[in-house]
Design a protein around this ligand. Structure first.
Ligand code: IPE
Ligand code: IPE
Ligand code: MG
Length: 247
């Protein structure tokens, strides 16, 4: 016997009419506004956002998505209050520790995507631990973009290319060889970008990888999303005609 909610989930996820993107990238936005609406401190929105993240990781996995990338902390988010930055660094660390068993159960290979430098070393240590623990998981790649900025990623790549060229190791770059210098050289192009909370912009997220992705912007604030919200986004994705420049 299934519980009612479990049964509903099974029905939703057995929809064979949906096209399933290989790589979904998510701008999880609206945590702060969600909290303020309920008279709570902004940080409670981030806490509720962790549950939403897990709901989408489970749903993505059940649907057979191959790669999911979550924008967790941008290079611009350092401009927030010290207490919010501290909270976000701490919760990123906590998620890696607390959720490791479930990521392994789900077969998720966790990867950190971002710039070294300002990110706390204690966060980096936990990211290294979870990357090591999940390195043999092959069902889904789960990228956490923390201290990530698209311009930073491109500039870091360009500077490494300049170093290699000056050392005589390189003469020219192609689209394919350039991608090898990105933070995650094996990251697929994004098929579907989803942003919550009604904002319609990409906020420095994955500019190289997004060039041909379909984009879906929804009004729901991130802590409110569940499996059915993801299905709604996939319905839009399924209706799109991806032409890649062809007539
Ligand atoms: C997204 O929610 C989480 C991060 C950027 C870390 P916000 O914190 O941006 O929430 P709003 O946009 O202020 O509501
Ligand atoms: C983008 O959201 C960054 C993350 C979700 C981590 P922001 O809330 O920081 O973006 P802007 O400032 O509204 O563009
Ligand atoms: Mg925001």
């Amino acid at each position: 016997m299934f519980q009612a909610s479990e049964w509903a989930g099974r029905c939703l996820l057995s929809r064979s009419d949906l096209k399933i993107p290989e790589h979904i990238a998510v701008i999880m936005d609206g945590n702060g506004r969600w909290a303020v609406e309920q008279g709570l401190p902004r940080t409670e929105g981030h806490r509720a956002g962790e549950e939403a993240l897990m709901r989408w990781v489970r749903a993505g996995r059940k649907l057979g998505v191959k790669e999911m990338s979550f924008y967790t902390f941008s290079t611009e988010n350092w401009n927030r209050s010290v207490s919010e930055v501290n909270f976000l660094m701490n919760i990123s660390k906590e998620i890696m520790v607390k959720r490791a068993p479930e990521f392994i159960d789900l077969g998720c290979q966790v990867r950190w995507v971002g710039r070294k430098g300002r990110i706390w070393s204690s966060v980096l240590r936990e990211l290294e631990v979870i990357q090591e623990k999940t390195k043999r998981c092959t069902d889904m790649v789960l990228n956490f973009c923390i201290n990530y900025g698209g311009r930073a990623e491109i500039l870091d790549a360009v500077n490494e290319i300049i170093d290699n060229a000056s050392a005589g190791k390189l003469k020219k770059v192609t689209e394919k060889s350039f991608a090898k210098y990105l933070y995650s050289p094996t990251m697929r192009d994004v098929d579907l970008l989803i942003r919550t909370s009604g904002e319609v912009r990409t906020s420095n997220f994955l500019p190289w990888q997004l060039v041909y992705s379909e984009m879906v912007f929804i009004e729901d604030k991130w802590p409110d999303v569940d499996e059915s919200t993801l299905i709604r986004c996939l319905e839009q994705y399924t209706s799109r005609d991806r032409r890649f420049g062809k007539a």
